[in-house]
Design a protein around this ligand. Structure first.
Ligand code: UDX
Length: 440
């Protein structure tokens, strides 16, 4: 099938490349000329494991191409996916749908023959209705069906998530669209991946409910971790003890510095707003968002405590800046709040991140950048692990002790063993594994 992907950002690019790999002929469109030129030259705009190779293979086999010319790409396409951004709207926290509606207008102009329009972007309930209305307004003659097909891709694992999904949710309103969507996902259908066919509005809401639930799970375990610190309990054992109950499940129970990224903060905010607008507030999610916001900055207090109460004039080495490993994405990363709070408290900040330093330069000031963990720690007064990159899991502790002014480690991802760290004479703090220790 010929497919057009409108928007070649994270979701559009991964989805486009994977659909091409399923055997479809996919044209990825973007309004950003530079991005399209770079993609044509084989340069990825984002860091995502396996993406460059997947794109190169499908370009070589002539199933994947990039262009700025939306109208010609839409002509003759069986399906047109909308995968443009839906950022938080400044001021009110609603999803900004201007890119989606702009895309709908542009698509309408090029339509020809029966075409399924698929919203892949995360969009509030009712957006599919509005997309349909816009298209029919521009082209009353258009033969279309608008489908909702949310993505559930994790950054850093997006290709695997696309090809081996837990489920595919499809909000379809008629049989013709169902046939087209089944054809698009035929390889997954044949692999017995679970499909959830439902109404468009239900599908749109399902995406927000999924992300809000996961954000709630993380926030729940984070607050349990805080209590663990007060009562001398171990949050990892609590997580295992509850997670083995299949009704709860063991995933997304890792306590840490609070969730970040391009999805959870923005999607919880948009869901809160939609729910309020409809007079049906989801108070639990309102609380989750507020608790998580406070948590990120509060993590700096752990560093202050570990440093004996003050970081004024001290140098703090930060390992990990991105909101999670295997991405260069800094959006809403806990590192931003933690570093800003430490700078406000008078600390100088050294940083190292395997992929995120270019993005970090855009959102943080007065950082000293290093290109490996050890030089980052040289003459620093404490080391803080903010992101659990694999490269930080087996650091040479003897070498760190020699480099650091004092052997202080604050491990916000619980990747070291407290007993081992005590044996190594580190002043070690973590998240929710017993009492926090202070220097002296
Ligand atoms: C998420 C969803 O997982 C995905 O389905 C959706 O479509 C987009 O949003 P992503 O933002 O890539 O994906 O990251 P994810 O791996 O879900 O992590 C989000 C944040 O939660 C990260 O900051 C991570 O560190 C944090 N997290 C996750 C925890 O603190 N504890 C956990 O147990 C899991």
């Amino acid at each position: 099938m010929r497919i057009t992907m409108v928007g070649s950002g994270y979701v559009g690019l991964v989805s486009g490349a994977c659909l091409a790999d399923f055997g479809h002929v996919v044209s990825c469109i973007d309004t950003d000329v530079k991005k399209v030129e770079a993609l044509k030259a084989g340069k990825m705009p984002i860091f995502e494991p396996g993406l460059e190779e997947l794109v190169a293979k499908n370009v070589r086999q002539q199933r994947l191409s990039f262009s700025t010319d939306l109208a010609s790409a839409v002509e003759g396409a069986g399906a047109v996916f909308i995968a443009v951004g839906t950022p938080s709207r400044r001021g009110d926290g609603h999803a900004d749908l201007s890119f989606v509606y702009e895309a709908a207008r542009a698509i309408a102009a090029g339509l020809n023959g029966f075409t399924v329009i698929v919203t892949k972007s995360t969009v509030p309930v009712g957006t599919g209705d509005e997309v349909e209305r816009i298209i029919r307004e521009v082209r009353p003659d258009a033969d279309i069906s608008v489908v909702s097909n949310p993505e559930f891709l994790r950054e850093g694992a997006a290709i695997g998530d696309f090809k081996r999904p837990d489920r595919i949710v499809l909000g379809v309103e008629d049989k013709r669209a169902e046939v087209v969507m089944t054809e698009i996902y035929r390889p997954l259908f044949l692999n017995h991946a679970p499909f959830v066919f439902t109404s468009r509005r239900t599908s749109e809401l399902t995406k927000y409910a999924a992300n809000a639930f996961l954000a709630t799970k993380i926030t729940f375990i984070n607050e349990i971790a805080d209590l663990c610190e007060q009562v001398g309990a171990n949050v990892q054992d609590v997580a295992r003890g509850i997670g083995l109950d299949q009704r709860i499940g063991s995933k997304f129970l890792h306590a840490g510095p609070g969730y970040g990224g391009s999805c959870f903060p923005k999607d919880t905010s948009a869901l809160i707003k939609t729910a309020q607008d409809y007079g049906s507030p989801i108070r639990i999610v309102e609380m989750v968002a507020a608790v998580n916001d406070q948590r990120k900055r509060a993590m700096a207090r752990k560093v202050l405590t570990a440093c004996g109460g003050s970081v004024r004039g001290k140098t703090i080495a930060i390992l990990g800046l991105t909101f999670k490993p295997n991405t260069d994405d800094m959006r809403d990363s806990p590192a931003i709040s933690i570093i800003t709070a430490l700078q406000d408290a008078g600390a100088k900040i050294n940083v190292f991140d395997p992929e995120g330093m270019d993005q970090a330069r855009l959102v943080l000031n007065d950082l000293t950048f290093f290109y490996d963990p050890y030089s980052c720690c040289d003459k620093a007064d404490a080391l803080v692990i903010v992101t659990e990159w694999d490269a930080f899991r087996a650091l040479d502790l003897d070498r760190l002790k020699e480099l650091l002014n004092a052997p202080i480690m604050v491990d916000l991802r619980n990747i070291y063993d407290p007993e081992e760290m005590a044996r190594q004479n580190f002043t070690y703090s973590d998240v929710g594994r017993g009492k926090q220790t202070a220097l002296n």
